[in-house]
Design a protein around this ligand. Structure first.
Ligand code: MG
Length: 291
């Protein structure tokens, strides 16, 4: 099932997205929460209740709803650096890397993005504050955690994957370089576009066979299958949960393929008027204008 957070002129609420863009408003069941983290916490019981609402209530037409970011996790968005080989090479060559960093890491590189940076499909990415001219896109698969937990073994990781979404891990490269730690360059307001929906894990046959594609103004910049991840999703869940307790609704951005703006010579950073689209097979397209 495809889950969305949306507004139809009133307060945000959650719904089920159908082919063609109509949305069933789950607030028809007063026992269901109005926001996605609470719904994810319900697990299968929530999805069963959603199916009953879908069977009982007419959906809202596509043009009556505006989709918002599907989820705002309680914690920051967790993200993985340098998790595709060709991107790791282009990042080393770009000069924006930390001095002395290994090109191919021995262990996952884990950082976070402020959850206040999350925006939804169609929302504007605001780069007006940036005086460095180094704003860059990173199309990525996002994993939404269902049951939380600590010390999750990779064999058990699939039980903790609630679903998938699409993320643009926007970055100010110069801030990333200056401040060494990634947090500041990754966290400006509007720098975590997400959506349009969460697709539950049961709906994807094999996530590793899905491709991540990014275009800027219609020109393809990034294209790679999830199978190219250096550290796969079970490894990421095992590694993070070896130290950090996951909560339901936490999100992991799994890393970006080659083809970011910093990887070109000369670099091709974003400018006002650009439009970035990130598409993942089965998850739809996340489209955001840059202002
Ligand atoms: Mg990234």
């Amino acid at each position: 099932v495809k889950l969305v957070t949306f507004t139809a002129g009133a307060d945000p609420r959650i719904g089920v997205l159908h082919d063609g863009g109509s949305v069933t408003d789950l607030s028809a069941d007063p026992d269901l929460p109005l926001e996605m983290v609470g719904f994810v916490e319900l697990g299968a019981a929530g999805l069963d209740a959603a199916a009953r609402v879908v069977g009982a209530v007419d959906p809202l037409p596509h043009d009556a709803v505006r989709l918002l970011a599907p989820i705002r996790p309680r914690s920051n968005v967790m993200a993985i650096g340098r998790n595709y080989v060709e991107h790791a090479k282009e990042f080393t060559a770009s000069g924006f890397d930390a001095p002395g960093a290994a090109t191919i890491p021995d262990h996952p590189i884990i950082f976070t993005k402020a959850n206040t940076s999350i925006i939804g499909p169609g929302d504007e990415i605001d780069i007006a504050f940036d005086g460095t001219g180094t704003c860059d896109y990173e199309g990525e698969l996002g994993v939404v955690l269902g049951p939380g937990g600590l010390h999750i073994a990779r064999d058990a990781a699939a039980h903790h994957v609630y679903g998938y979404t699409t993320i643009n891990d926007m970055t100010v490269r110069e801030l990333q370089r200056r401040h060494v730690q990634f947090f500041l360059g990754k966290s400006p307001a509007t720098f975590c576009p997400m959506g349009p929906c969460i697709v539950t894990a049961d709906e994807i046959d094999d996530i590793e066979r899905c491709w991540v594609r990014t275009t800027v103004n219609g020109e393809e910049r990034q294209a790679a299958p999830v199978a190219d991840l250096i550290f796969d999703i079970p490894t990421l869940i095992e590694t993070i949960s070896s130290a950090v307790r996951f909560e339901a609704g936490d999100v992991i951005a799994t890393g970006t393929p080659a083809g970011v703006g910093a990887g070109f010579d000369p670099p091709r950073f974003l400018a006002a008027g650009d439009v970035v689209e990130v598409s993942i097979d089965g998850l739809g397209t996340l489209r955001n204008p840059v202002v």
